[in-house]
Design a protein around this ligand. Sequence first.
Ligand code: ASP
Ligand code: MG
Length: 424
Amino acid sequence: MKVFKFGGASVKDPNAVTNVGSILSLYAGQKIIVVVSAMGKTTNKLEEILHSIQLQDRSVFDQQIAELSAFHHAIMDELFREKSHPIFQKVAAIIEEINGLYSKNKSEKPGHLYDQIVSFGELLSSHIVNDFLVELGTKSCWLDARKMIRTDDRYQEANVDWEKSKELIQQEVNRAFLQSDILLTQGFIGHTADGSTTTLGREGSDYTAGIFAYCCEAENVTIWKDVPGMLNADPKYFPNTQKLDKISFNEAIELSYYGASVIHPKTIKPLQNKNIPLFVKSFIEPLSKGTEIQAQRNSDELIPSFIVKKGQILLSITPKDFSFINEENLQNIFQLLAKENIKLNLMQNSALSFSILVDANKIELDQLLLELKKEFDVKYNDHLELVTIRHYNAATIEAMCQGKLVIIEQKTRSTVRFVLKDAT
Ligand code: ASP
Ligand code: MG
C-alpha cells in the first residue's frame, strides 16, 4: 500500500483535478491512500472568513462566502456535466455550515473556531476530488480524517496521539480497502477525544501523509508537487537550481529545519522511524524520477544546498545590571521568548549580550521590546537575510557573501550560516 499527497496547487482548478485522475490511472489496481489539501488558496480564504467573523462584519463575510462558493462551483461545473450530481448538494451543505458559524464567534478555547472553520477547505476539496474519481470509474472511497487522526486540543497546531490514531486508522483503512483501491481523505485535520475538529499547523497535509504511512506501515509515500523534486535552492532566488536525486531522512530534516519549504518538517520523522521511503515528484511530469528520501546517507554531500530567509531581524539583548550573559539570564530570556511564542532562526552569545534572529513578520516587535526592556537593554538590526549552505565550500561561500556585510557567521563541518546585510 502506498500513500500519495496532493497539495493545494495540484487541485487548484479543473485541469489540475483531472491531472490527479490521470496520475492515479498510472497506478490502476494498486491500493493507495490519497491525502488532499484544500484547493488553491482556499485555506487563506477561510482565514479571512474567520477574521470577518471575529470583526462581526456581515457584509464582508457574505461576500467572502459567495467567493468561496463560486470558486468551488467553477471547478465542479467543469468536472461534473450532470448538474443533478450529488456533489453539488454536498458542497452546498458545507458552505451552509460555514455560513452558520458566523454567530458562533464565542468559542471556548483560543484557536478552536479557527480549526472549525479552516478545516472546511480540505472537506470541500476531498469530496470534489473523490466524486470526480468515482465518475472516472475509479474504485475510490471518501474517508473522514477527523474520525481517524486523534490529537490533543492544542488548536491550530495539534499534537498527534499516535497509539489511538493507529488504532482508528487501521480499523477504517482495513475495512475500506476490502471494497476500494483508493481511499481519499483530507490532509491537515484531525479530532480531539471529545470530537472537536483540530488542525495540524499550516501546510500540515504532508504531515498527514506521514501519519497515515506510519500507522499503516505503507510501502512508500509520494508528495506530488509543481517542482521536479527537492531542489538545492529556491528557484525564486536562484536561476540555476539542481534537483537532489537521493538524500537521507536526516538531510531532509536538516534542510527543512533550516527553512527549505518543500516538505513540512514534521513529516519525515515518522517515516524515518519505520524506514518508509518518501518520494517528491512532479505532478506535471509524473513519470520523471523526482527525489527519493531514504535511510542511506552516502549521496547527501554531492550537491550543496542553499536556503535563504529574507526579512530577518537581529535582537541583541544585554543585562541592564552589571551581570554577564549567564545561565540565569538565559533562562529568563528563553522563558519570555517561549511565552511570546517566538521562533528563533539563529542565536549567538558573547559575554555581554545574547543575540537572536527572528522573522520580522512573525513577531510583535513593540510588544517583545516592551517585555525584554524590563530587564535588558535591547538593540536591533533589521532588513537582514539568513543564508544557510549545506555542504559548502570556498566558492559557494564567496558567491553568497559577495557584496554583503557579514554580521554573524556560524560554521560546522556540514553547514555554514551567515546573517547578511546589503553593503549599501
Ligand atoms: N490547506 C492547508 C494549508 O494551506 C494545509 C496544506 O495545504 O498542507 O496550510
Ligand atoms: Mg499547501
